[in-house]
Design a protein around this ligand. Sequence first.
Ligand SMILES: Nc1ncnc2c1ncn2[C@@H]1O[C@H](COP(=O)(O)OP(=O)(O)OP(=O)(O)O)[C@@H](O)[C@H]1O
Ligand SMILES: [Mg+2]
Length: 265
Amino acid sequence: MSYITPLFTHASGQPSEPAHFFEQMNLPVPHAGESYRRPVNPGDRHLVFLNDFGLVIRITANDLVMNQSHPHFLKPLFTRQGEKYRIDIDPGIDCTATRAETKKIYAYLGRTYGIQVDDERPDNVGFIPDGTRRYPVLIDLDPRYTRICPDSAAVERLSASARLAATLLKWRKPAAAFDPDHQEKFYKPLLDLAADMWPAHRNNADPAKIAQFFSACAAFKQRQNLLSIWTDEANNYNYTTWVARAYAMRLEKHAGPAQTPINAP
Ligand SMILES: Nc1ncnc2c1ncn2[C@@H]1O[C@H](COP(=O)(O)OP(=O)(O)OP(=O)(O)O)[C@@H](O)[C@H]1O
Ligand SMILES: [Mg+2]
């Protein structure tokens, strides 16, 4: 497929899939300079940062979508599968792993699960912000650079290697830290709200449920369970801070979910 298709244009009166998504979410459709495009192959992935909600909207060309069922892959709170793109709403997590932590995380994921990553960089991992900084997840999932190659030895070594990694990482409660359902449990109130805000078979979302979801996200953000770490200049990876700021300025003027009173569960 072509990666130069303008993502957010309304061709012949019809919004593109990503533009339709933003409209249904009651968010302004991003302008140029308000979304993050990867420097290599721009166009195959876009990120839009929602600072006040601690959310990232991730738009991925369908042929680059990767199965995210692994417990240490970041899972979206909501996904919309379109003809050309998959659009996810990802939780904003703690992407401040040091180089030393990053090394240990990739070593653990490789040894325990056979996960192989070509670009083992600190900016592609993060921690679920549960207050422990002990549950690592990969955020930059791309089938060209990430694969799972479990072999029987790796599977046999699983529990011993998980213990070893926990010791290496000085994680004091490995049992809790490596709960495979950790993400589902941690984000459960948001996942429950997201589940029926826009059923897959319907073209239009339910505006009241969308507003409820965003209110709950804002409340999670206030409790620091959703983060917008990219707003901090120290984490300005490839201009993420700048594009996030540009979009936030327009979002402020938009009568969208930001205007919704917070009455989260
Ligand atoms: N869910 C998230 N929570 C916090 N920060 C995020 C999240 N998703 C993305 N980011 C920030 O945006 C940056 C870019 O994200 P990501 O690595 O997924 O994009 P990319 O398209 O692969 O870009 P590149 O090829 O430049 O690495 C991350 O390094 C991180 O700083
Ligand atoms: Mg990356």
